[in-house]
Write a protein that binds this ligand. Structure first.
Ligand SMILES: Cc1cc2nc3c(=O)[nH]c(=O)nc-3n(C[C@H](O)[C@H](O)[C@H](O)COP(=O)(O)OP(=O)(O)OC[C@H]3O[C@@H](n4cnc5c(N)ncnc54)[C@H](O)[C@@H]3O)c2cc1C
Ligand code: FES
Ligand code: FES
Length: 501
């Protein structure tokens, strides 16, 4: 590979060299070491958003989208050739950015520790392409949504303002002292960006190109290959290398468990891993697209994923996290895997011998073990279409948002008339790998979709897998959750019974 000349990141419009930066240094530590101390370290594991910054990423069309990321998780090296905006770059005390002005005006900041992170997440949503004021009818729905969830609405994660601001944009940011109401008020008061706003104008230009990067230091090397062939050649030479995409798992390993790698191969900008194609028989999703890109690119074409995405971490994490990374961790509580099982998806692996496809159901061979060979990487997943019409994703976690599953159940059912023609059910958190609930599927198929069938199959579902006791949940609780999942789906899919007089 031919690395770029001098690794450099454009921060707030100024190029800053990465020379002398260790490859394991996070973007947060690097920014702070350069005097940009607005972004803070609250947790160093993607949970609080105090470290959020904006990065210029490819937009849905050919333009650029300002995307908020957790700078505590991504290596600084991965930003070579990219453009970053921090809270300092948005405005100054004399000339506040509209986001900063509204937060100040509405009392959205007290101690200020979380504020630069909120400012960056909020600014990314402020500049989101497609954010536009709701028309009157949509406004009523949005108002109702907030009123209905009045208690919950005091936290980020609910509702949409009349200005089109989706509060979910703030779901990865925590504030310990202000309370969320003034922060929400500031978000909902934001106008459209002004005509002469340079960051708004930047969106109409091409995004920064992915630079070929080589950064060496005491901990090892970070390499961003120029293309897939380069990545495969490098992996062939160094089968022990760590592949990194969004770094939402790897960043936690580095920060909290002290993990270091002799060689990290950055996959996140590889064009061959970033395509999304919709065909008549299959939808192919590139392994290195962020979940936000997948969600927006699919535009509702896979309803099961639409039900899953809002339950997956937070917007900040989904702006980085990828499907390849979720498969790469092999975690039995990864949320995408039960859904991919229910969708009967295939994993496309690629290596020196070319592509090969493996059904997700055959992909994992044990706890965090898979059929992926050391010289292969995940290029894409392929979801066959047409899709089953009845789908649901039930995630049980200790917190409703931004938490890992204790148990996850994904359903994809084909119900013809009143008869279940086909049932596919993926389970997470109840075995060493995600598993298909095959006995429950058999207990449903060919039977009428009635409360009797559902209760009989629920008993079978309760016995699937080999759940364990751990710090998230007991085995008995996990079984109980499995037992309630099918009746819950039945209630969700059946017309509501009128209360008898
Ligand atoms: C605060 C927080 C909340 C989270 N919440 C959830 C949640 O709700 N549900 C959930 O499932 N997960 C959750 N996660 C975990 C994580 O976000 C997901 O596993 C995510 O999909 C990882 O993607 P990534 O691109 O960031 O992976 P990375 O960190 O880049 O990589 C993870 C692993 O996958 C490997 N890998 C990456 N790409 C490939 C590839 N193309 N081919 C082969 N191997 C590859 C890497 O070598 C590495 O071992 C959370 C993480 C954090 C920090
Ligand atoms: S420091 Fe908490 S999310 Fe980064
Ligand atoms: S203003 Fe103090 S933590 Fe948010």
């Amino acid at each position: 590979m031919t690395p770029g000349l001098r690794p450099e990141v454009t921060v707030n419009g100024v190029g800053i060299g990465l020379d002398g930066t260790d490859p394991a240094t996070t973007a947060l530590d690097w920014l702070r070491s350069r005097g940009l101390t607005g972004a803070k370290e609250g947790c160093a594991e993607g949970e609080c958003g105090a470290c959020a910054v904006m990065v210029a990423r490819p937009g849905a069309d050919s333009g650029t989208e300002w995307t908020a990321l957790n700078s505590c998780l991504v290596p600084a090296a991965s930003l070579d050739g990219q453009e970053v905006v921090t809270a300092e770059g948005l405005g100054t005390p004399e000339r506040l950015h509209p986001v900063q002005r509204e937060l100040a005006r509405r009392g959205g900041s007290q101690c200020g520790f979380c504020t630069p992170g909120f400012v960056c997440s909020m600014a990314a949503e402020y500049y989101r392409d497609g954010r536009q004021p709701l028309d009157e009818s949509a406004r009523d729905v949005a108002d109702d949504a907030v009123d209905d969830a009045a208690d919950e609405a005091r936290e980020p994660g609910h509702g949409c303002g009349a200005n089109g601001f989706e509060l979910e944009a703030l779901s990865g940011n925590l504030c310990r002292c202000t309370g969320y109401r003034p922060i929400r008020d500031a978000a909902f008061a934001l106008p459209e960006p002004a005509a002469d706003d340079p960051l708004a104008a930047r969106r109409t230009e091409a995004p920064p190109r992915a630079a070929a990067t080589l950064l060496e230091g005491d901990s090892g090397r970070y390499v961003r290959p120029v293309d897939l062939a380069d990545a495969i050649a490098l992996l062939g030479e160094h089968p022990g290398a760590v592949l990194v995409a969004g770094s939402t798992d790897w960043g936690v390993e580095v920060n909290l468990r002290g993990a270091r790698a002799a060689l990290v191969i950055g996959l996140d900008r590889l064009a061959e891993l970033r395509a999304l194609s919709v065909g008549n028989d299959v939808i192919e999703i590139g392994a290195a697209l962020s979940l936000t890109e997948v969600e927006r690119g699919l535009a509702g074409r896979i309803p099961l994923l639409d039900k899953l995405f809002p339950q997956f971490a937070s917007r900040l994490i989904r702006n980085g996290a990828t499907i390849g990374g979720n498969l790469g961790t092999g975690s039995p509580i990864g949320d995408l895997l039960p859904a991919l099982l229910a969708l009967e998806a295939d994993v496309v692996l690629t290596g020196p011998r070319g592509d090969r496809e493996v059904a997700v159901a055959d992909y994992f061979t044990g706890y965090r073990r898979s059929v992926r060979r050391p010289d292969e990487l995940v290029r894409a997943v392929r979801v066959p279409v047409p899709l089953a019409p009845v789908t649901a994703f039930h995630k049980i976690a200790k917190r409703r948002y931004d938490d890992i599953s204790s148990v996850a159940v994904a359903f994809a059912l084909d119900i013809d008339g009143d008869v279940v023609r086909r049932a596919r059910i993926g389970l997470g958190g109840v075995a060493a790998t995600s598993v298909r609930a095959r006995q429950t599927e058999a207990a449903l198929e060919g039977r009428p979709w009635t409360v009797e069938t559902v209760h009989a199959a629920a008993d079978v579902l309760q016995g699937e897998g080999t759940p364990l006791d751990d710090h998230r949940a007991s085995a008995a609780y996990r079984r109980a959750v499995l037992g309630t999942s099918l009746p819950r789906l039945y209630a969700e899919t059946s017309p509501r019974q009128e209360a008898s007089a």
